[in-house]
Design a protein. Sequence first.
Length: 273
Amino acid sequence: MPQERILITGAAGIVGTMMRERLRRPGRLLRLLDVADPGDHGRPDEDVLTGSVNDAALMATACEGIDSVIHLGGISRENSWANILQVNIDGTHTVLDAARQAGVRRVILASSNHAVGFRRLSEAAEGPDGLPADSTARPDTYYGVSKAAMEALGSLYHSRFGMDVTVIRIGSCFPDPLPIGKRGLATWLSPDDAARLFESALATQEPDYRVVWGVSDNTRRVYSLAEARRLGYVSHDDAETYAGQLADAPDASGPAATYVGGGFCTAALGEFN
Ligand code: 15L
């Protein structure tokens, strides 16, 4: 049977670990890469590589024979400018360039809602289905800046080299929305929906550059799903199931109640939190 080969960077992270279990298919090989050892389970349908997305030689090896890259690797919240620049911006460039040199056809980039964290919740309420997925960058942190840079790099690699690039602006992808508090009732992307969305991005026919929101069809959703639906994504989950458990959680106040980035909008810039 011909094998589809997918490289997942950041495979030992929260999203990577959840996707490892969910993106397995007959006839598909998952190559799992992370700076932390993803753990080799000895499965014939997995390759495991340990190392950094900043290591160009390792990335060249990782991209050999690969059809699609799912780039989840990087720092997942605020950090120093030096670390963000190295891991998230330079690292994404290294991944994209290794993919280009290896002739990888498709790259899926895990961006974040924090690329547009300083967009107002009231703006989201104006759109027919919420904040459009192609809203221009309004980052709330250096981390958000790195996600905007990631999106720009993806656009460049599509336009220059014809690579198929899908950017997913992920909301809050955790087993459940509880760690995020009430905001998570709007921003949650369930693990199963995340897998459905990655499958839609893996099934594209024509090379393009597209930006979609990565959220479940939450009752309190503020991000548009129109763009992801065009890709074939159908969400089955809604964070509202957890609303009862969050009834006593504090309501947002100040900037966190005004902007879609929530608490990231007031987190100390450049400080790990
Ligand atoms: C993100 O981009 C982070 O990686 C994640 O840890 C969550 O905090 C999420 O955004 C969010 O906005 O809830």
